[in-house]
Design a protein around this ligand. Structure first.
Ligand code: ZN
Length: 115
């Protein structure tokens, strides 16, 4: 069996489990085949908009529009910082990125603008 975990494509529940060739979601009872095209990872379908309402996509570059304090860091990310090659994710911090001097982190799209 694969060690992979597949979140439910319908409700994004993380507790889906394999059953024969299918996966089953305990939350919404969906059964699906994670190998099927239909349920390919939906990363391209995440809708993330920047502070101005521009649609962002994976690989975009953005600029920070306000100083952002960073948990565990002695400095904050300064307004105007450029962030390249962002990756969109689901969640509260919907942009995954690497910022030089800080490393990998999650940003909220409301604090960036597309450049
Ligand atoms: Zn589900």
């Amino acid at each position: 069996m694969s060690e992979e975990n597949y979140p439910c494509p319908a409700c994004a529940c993380d507790y889906a489990y394999p059953l024969d060739n299918l996966w089953v979601c305990p939350e919404c009872a969906l059964e699906w085949d994670p190998k099927s095209e239909e349920y390919a990872p939906a990363s391209d379908e995440i809708i993330v908009k920047d502070s101005l309402g521009n649609l962002l996509k994976n690989g975009d570059s953005v600029q920070i529009i306000k100083d952002l304090p960073v948990k565990g860091a002695s400095k904050s990310i300064k307004v105007g910082t450029k962030v390249t090659n962002i990756k969109l994710v689901n969640g509260d911090h919907n942009i995954d990125c690497k910022i030089s001097g800080f490393g990998s982190m999650g940003l909220k799209s409301e604090f960036v603008k597309k450049i």
